[in-house]
Design a protein around this ligand. Structure first.
Ligand SMILES: Nc1ncnc2c1ncn2[C@@H]1O[C@H](COP(=O)(O)O)[C@@H](OP(=O)(O)O)[C@H]1O
Ligand SMILES: [Mg+2]
Length: 262
């Protein structure tokens, strides 16, 4: 390949950070507009329309901007090419779908992450109703000494009971919030002590939040302490811990205690 062609084709990791940020933000703008125009009279229709609108935008934008890359999306799971692809975008067009359909709630997100070389290389979590997008290109600083008595966050609708016990182990209460992205963002910004999830989830729910949290220097693991692995044949990834590194050992020990009784 000639030098000029090679330069023209080269996509840097900075470009990927920027693209993740821009696409998550633009999908979020479409979702805000949809929410404003549709109202909340038919929550099921609003959820379905939001999922579809954001998925179609992201799928078309990724096909145009990165035609050689594969996509794993909550709304388009059947792309088998991803299993042999070098670069895979892992996308949740609307995370916190339930909260998106409820008036006044800000705990919903758009997730865009890039997996390559066996790891998450870029990602963005847009929180459109909060006017914020967190991304790996410019990871936000995490406060060194967050305020005492911050809650540990879990699913608003599906947190298993043992997570209350786990939060108690570091002297915190478990509070409910929608969306894996919104909960992870709250930990990054110092508004919560940790995000704990168990009982079921998929790669698209946690890939972009994990990418941003790792870039911000936080601990991200499964509840058994191992790193989450992305772009597997079965995208089921049922549990997650995001916290400050200094809280990880106590939280993981509390999970082990609560789940094995040891
Ligand atoms: N037990 C479970 N099984 C499968 N998915 C789950 C789950 N609990 C939560 N999730 C998914 O994880 C995301 C965050 O959940 P929550 O808001 O409850 O914390 C949601 O994604 P979607 O909103 O994209 O469906 C939700 O569907
Ligand atoms: Mg989701």
């Amino acid at each position: 390949m000639r030098y000029v062609e090679r330069v023209l084709e080269q996509v840097t990791v900075e470009d990927d950070h920027r693209l993740a940020h821009r696409l998550a933000e633009e999908a979020g703008e479409l979702l805000l507009k949809l929410r404003a125009e549709s109202g909340f009279a038919d929550p099921a229709a609003l959820k379905a329309a939001g999922d579809r609108l954001s998925h179609e935008f992201l799928a078309a934008a990724l096909a145009a901007e990165r035609p050689g890359d594969a996509v794993l999306s909550e709304e388009g799971k059947a792309d088998a090419a991803r299993l042999t692809a070098e670069r895979v975008w892992i996308v949740d067009p609307l995370d916190g779908t339930r909260e998106f359909s409820e008036p006044g709630r800000e705990d919903w997100a758009v997730h865009v992450a890039l997996w390559t070389g066996g790891r998450l290389a870029a990602g963005a979590v847009a929180l459109p109703a909060q006017g914020v997008t967190l991304s790996t290109g410019t990871p936000p600083p995490t406060p060194d000494s967050p305020a005492d008595r911050l809650p540990v966050l879990g699913s608003r609708s599906r947190s298993p009971a043992f997570l209350t016990q786990v939060a108690g182990r570091i002297g915190a209460e478990l509070a409910g919030m929608g969306s894996a992205g919104a909960k992870t963002a709250a930990v990054i910004r110092g508004d919560a002590r940790a995000y704990l999830h168990a009982g079921g989830q998929y790669e698209w729910d946690s890939a972009a939040p994990a990418a941003v949290a790792l870039a911000a220097g936080l601990h991200v693991s499964r509840l058994d302490g191992t790193p989450p692995v992305y772009n597997r044949a079965d995208p089921y990834l049922p549990d997650l811990l995001v916290c400050r590194p200094q809280d990880a050992a106590a939280l993981l020990a509390a999970v082990a205690e609560a789940t094995t009784g040891s």
